[in-house]
Ligand binder design. Structure first.
Ligand code: ADP
Ligand code: MG
Length: 622
């Protein structure tokens, strides 16, 4: 039998100690009768978890029961007798004696066993109690074990999760570490850069300081220059005002109403006039001076000799004007003489330039220009506008700013028509009547209702307006029987200038008027409807032209009543036909002999105008 010594067993969890004395077992090897009992007792003991060989050891250490009681010699003698000298069959007494001895030995043995049994029974109670306790403890331990196993499983799962999390964190840590490393590298780089920048900053600060010093020096210079500039601007302004004053004086010396005569050349295909029909006597200073004289000589009447009378002598009519332009005068030469007058409009003086003369004498050529758009033959209107724009631009440097608004109307039979109406556009003028009205309540400016007033700022814009006006006139010419030569056309440019620095403001209109043909009523006109219309036209023209003459006369004579309202033309131009305005009349003359009478009439009318003095011009300044 295996013997392992366990003096005592500590029960896990309970701390209970079971004494080994409780675990005594009877010796079974030597007592066959007790074997059954021992086996019966042994079974529950075997199932005990704490049943250890210690108990066996304890039992073994005891003397076998058989050695305690039975008188060994008797048994030995019997046993010996059985083996060695078996009683003969007849020795019944001997055999009985042996049996008695055996019996008494057995009784002794039975007593011993009974005692032992009792002893064992007395031990069984506490052992069973201990066994139950141990079983309960065993169950609780099994439960605890199960719980511990479940807990272990949970813990293992948790451990697996934690393992994954740890891996994750390790990965994260590695990433962070590499990030930190790269950031550290960057930091190093940035530190390098910072050093560089600090060096550059230092250099630039030095440069800045130098620049600030230079700037301060420059600013001082600029201040000095600005002061100088202001002084010079002031001087310039004074000079400009003086220039305007002198220009005005010059204009006044020339007269605020002047008359220029222009004789057009003989056109190809026209009959050559007799020599001396129109002559240009030189002035007192000879041919170097611009011509101011013109003589018209009526040729002698050849018909007188035919009927037997003496031929009437040629009659000479002498005229003197502010200037006379010969047939070969070019457009630019003409404009040169009027450019200063035109410029007066920028200085705030109302300016009016008329072209007067019979149809075909060159009025439109003078005002608008020749055909074909040749710049050489451009007339006064485009040249004047270009000149004004260019002078206004130069004056901008001196602080002046100008605005220009253009309008272009024609007056036919005392009816006003807008020449800037767009064909196919909103034709205001066709929708409503064009009438002369005050620009607004309290305003003295006049406007034509339903007419276009177009702001212009460059010569191209004006050129397109002139083109439009030409188109509108061409349409009228075909539909209204040469209306253009029977109507006055008035190009108006409202000029408005402002000097912010000096708080000056000046406004003035520039009027460029191509008057209707001044020819008198044809005595050969019949009383038919066409001729009646012609008669009406001529009367209207004559009336308005004579009103123009009367207005100039009234101004010259400083009459209290000036008949502006007697014609649409003078009514429209009344603000430019006052004592404070400057007027220039071109009297256009045809060189042809057949136009002699009309030329004479025109020159007579112009002479009368030329004799007028209409006072001192005053600029419209505020
Ligand atoms: P008006 O307007 O007085 O009726 P125009 O200006 O139409 O006259 O002139 C009549 C013709 O004479 C036009 O063919 C024009 O080109 C021409 N003409 C007028 N003046 C001149 C001039 N100074 N030089 C050349 N041609 C001229
Ligand atoms: Mg004309």
């Amino acid at each position: 039998m295996k013997t392992i010594l366990f003096p005592q067993k500590r029960i896990r969890g309970t701390g209970t100690t079971i004494p080994m004395s409780c675990l005594k077992e009877p010796t079974v090897a030597t007592i066959p009768r007790a074997k059954k009992q021992v086996t019966a007792q042994k079974a529950p003991l075997k199932s005990r978890p704490w049943h250890t060989p210690a108990a066996t050891t304890d039992v073994k250490s005891r003397k076998p029961i058989s050695t305690i009681s039975a008188p060994k010699p008797a048994v030995s003698s019997t046993t010996a007798r059985k083996g060695a000298d078996k009683r003969p069959a007849w020795d019944v007494k001997g055999q009985l004696c042996d049996l008695r001895k055996e019996f008494s030995a057995c009784q002794v043995q039975a007593e011993v066993l009974t005692r032992e049994n009792l002893e064992l029974r007395s031990q069984l109670g506490p052992a069973e109690q201990a066994a139950r306790t141990l079983e309960a403890e065993n169950k609780s331990l099994i439960r605890e074990l199960t719980e511990a196993q479940a807990q272990t499983k949970e813990d293992q799962l948790e451990l697996v999760k934690l393992g994954a999390r740890v891996q994750e964190l390790e990965e994260f840590l590695r990433t962070q570490e590499s990030l930190i490393q790269s950031m550290q590298e960057k930091q190093l780089q940035l530190q390098e850069d910072r050093k560089d920048l600090a060096t550059r900053l230092e250099n630039q600060e030095k440069q800045l300081q130098e620049s600030v010093a230079a700037l301060a020096k420059s600013q001082a210079e600029i201040t000095a220059q600005a002061a100088l500039l202001a002084e010079r601007t002031e001087n310039l302004h004074c000079l400009e005002m003086e220039r305007r004053h002198l220009l005005n004086q010059l204009q006044e010396l020339k007269g605020n109403i002047r008359v220029f005569c222009r004789v057009r050349p003989v056109l190809p295909g026209e009959p050559v006039p007799p020599p001396g029909l129109i002559s240009f006597p030189p002035g007192p200073r000879g041919a170097s001076e611009p011509s101011t004289q013109l003589s018209l000589t009526r040729p002698s009447d050849d018909r007188c000799s035919i009927i037997g009378k003496l031929p009437s002598p040629p009659v000479r009519y002498d005229f003197s004007f502010d200037q006379v332009f010969l047939p070969d005068s070019r457009q630019n030469e003409v404009f040169e003489e009027v450019s200063l007058l035109v410029q007066s409009a920028l200085d705030g003086y109302p300016v009016c330039i008329f072209a007067y003369g019979q149809t075909g004498s060159g009025k439109t050529f003078t005002m608008e220009g020749g055909p074909g758009g040749d710049p050489q033959v451009e007339g006064l209107i485009p040249r004047a506008v270009r000149h004004l724009f260019s002078v206004a631009k130069k004056l901008e440097v001196q602080g002046w700013s100008y605005t220009f608004v253009a309008s272009y109307v024609e007056i036919y039979n005392e009816t006003i028509r807008d020449l800037l109406v767009r064909v196919g556009g909103p034709q205001k003028c066709q929708g409503g009547e064009c009438e002369i009205r005050l620009a607004g309540p309290g305003s003295k400016d006049l406007i034509v209702t339903n007419a276009q007033y177009v702001p212009v700022s460059c010569e191209e814009e004006v050129e397109s307006l002139l083109h439009l006006a030409r188109q509108n006139r061409a349409v009228a010419r075909t539909t209204q029987n040469e209306q253009s030569s029977r109507s006055h056309s008035v190009f108006q440019l409202q000029i408005s200038g402002r000097h912010m620095g000096q708080n000056l403001h000046c406004t003035a209109p520039l009027n460029l008027v191509d008057l209707a043909g001044s020819e008198r009523l044809d005595p050969g006109l019949s009383t038919g409807p066409a001729d009646r219309e012609r008669l009406k036209e001529t009367q209207a023209i004559n009336s308005s032209l004579s009103t123009l003459g009367l207005v100039i006369m009234a101004l010259s004579n400083k009459e209290s009543h000036v008949p502006y309202r007697n014609s649409k033309l003078t009514y429209l131009l009344q603000n430019s036909l006052r004592g404070n305005s400057k007027m220039l009349m071109f009297v256009n003359i045809s060189p042809l002999e057949e136009n002699f009478s009309e030329s004479l009439n025109s020159l007579r009318f112009a002479s009368k105008v030329n004799q007028c003095v209409i006072g001192t011009a005053r600029a419209n300044k505020k």
